[in-house]
Design a protein around this ligand. Sequence first.
Ligand code: GLN
Length: 380
Amino acid sequence: MKFKSKLPYIEGHIFSYMSGLANQYNAINLSQGFPNFEPAQELKDLVARCLAENTSQYAPMPGLPALREEIARKALKCFGISVNPDSEVTIGCGATEMIFTAIAAFVWPGDEVIIIEPGYDCYRPSIDVAGGKVVVYKMKAPEFKINWQEFANYITPKTLMICISSPNNPTGSLMNKEDMDALAGLVKGTDIIILSDEVYEHMVFDGAVHQSPLIYPELRERTISVFSFGKTLHITGWRIGYAIAPQQLTNELRKVHQNTVFSASHPLQKAIALYLAQNDSYLNLPEFYQKKRDVFLQAMGKTRLIPLQCRGSYFQLFDYSAISDEGDFAFCERLVKEYGVAAIPVSRMYSDRHDDRLIRFCFAKTDDVLISAAERLDKL
Ligand code: GLN
């Protein structure tokens, strides 16, 4: 069969590859980002209850009204903004679906979309499928900040969209108020859409506050913000995420969502809605994950891996350049095979495979697992 692949560069999925390798070698898996602990029992019980309550047919296309209302309530509580649950919230099959959907809904062939790297690896393929032109802004180690004066040079009359993500995966860096003001200044008076990946919104540490562009009126009118119940409720396998966007953008977003997945799981949406109506324990996540980061950092203190600053997300970067000259992919393969710990090579989160000899560990794990991993890495 002759055909032209739209994504010829995809050779697999680094997160699945490393998890597979971890399983094969019986290693501690700190590579792919997911918790090794269970969600709240109460939430699981609600799923059982909802399954028994007439939820086996399609949920409404934009998402279950009760859950959209909870999302609007959460946005008011966390961001102090008013969100219309009917016209501004769309529930999808995970944040990844919402990101693809947002890009597919707006990007035409030839449109430029700016992405920031290192970053999660789903933006570029979505833009390529839509025929858009990917423009990469690279943040520099070790701070991974955005220099907005430099960034301004990446914006052209063809720029249709800018994808941002804070807290950033994999670096744990955050965008602050100054970043948001600078971005607002750059897009003012243009038709540029902001696609904001905020899946780690509740994982911000050391007193930092998550800055959503939704809070800034001049950004709010042009922003599609994407969130993840997978991250917030420890249910990455349930595949429920959502997008908040002004009505005009939401209308277009839903047209693509309707024709890709139509609607997300009905019983799971209902269970999450009931859970959120009586429980806001996600507000404790900063403290919960900061403790894990600190347990991990303390245990890793004995190793020769040098930590970079992690201010958010559930990822911690380490510099191994004092230990080896190997490329980060080879180093990670060796870590699994010889030391029994799996990590993600950060070069895989740059399109040009930029390699600063950094690796990413996920610390969404029970303390015993974090401590055992550090003990194994102490032998490096
Ligand atoms: N977001 C997760 C990570 O960065 C992985 C998501 C996935 O594997 N689809 O590790």
